[in-house]
Design a binder for this molecule. Sequence first.
Ligand code: ZN
Ligand code: ZN
Length: 272
Amino acid sequence: MSRRAPVAPPPQPLPGQVFDSHTHLDMLSEPPLEVLRSARAAGISQVVTVGCDLESSRWSAACAAEHRDVYAAVAIHPNETAGLNSRKEEVLAEIAGLAALPQVRAVGETGLDYYRDSSPPKVQQEWFIAHIEIARAAGKALMIHDRDAHDDVLELLRTCDLQESIIFHCFSGGAELAKKCAEAGYLMSFAGNVTFPSAGSLREAAAIAPAELILVETDAPFLTPAPNRGKENAPAQVAHTLRAIAEVKKMDVAELAAIVMATGERVFGPWR
Ligand SMILES: [Zn+2]
Ligand SMILES: [Zn+2]
């Protein structure tokens, strides 16, 4: 989407509090303080800001150190792996160092992207495995970017047998993947696309997913939920996504929000 798109208008405040499990504060046109203030006004009490390369991972860790309501995730995005492959050891050592910081609560976004295919699958898999080991060593959650790669992601997770929490960010499967994730205890983080008219299979997945395994995210500035498609996304907009999921699950919005908050503490550690 265009960076010059107008920022989406604030949603109706939630009847409770929830957090945005995956956002990119460094890519938004408004500064973090402004973004966090709008988020709080809508009932979004915390955000997890996510790195995709070294620079954004460093930025995320620094941002979380500065703001009490921000937590960081650090990693090299699968699409960035080929370009860094010649410096792999040094880059991963820095990610491991950042992952050990107290305000960094997850290793991500890492995983496999066979849709954009800007890195060969084998290279992506090697980096994904390395990130799984970083999450294990740091005792932090693993935040997965899975695009058109469900089977390989599940297979690598099975072989690596990570005991830490595993989150499918921007969950992109249907009922079948939701069932597999539920059986394995993997978290499913739904983004704004669950509100799109064409996203029937995502809504089926949300209906099937146990409430205790559901997270909500914006992936801002991308994937702005209805009714604000075409405008720039921001953490406040996760209110629309939570309401859409509550409707699909025939649950009270405040009740679902409370469950998501409790899940957040279980997955990312106690809020500050
Ligand atoms: Zn992603
Ligand atoms: Zn993202």
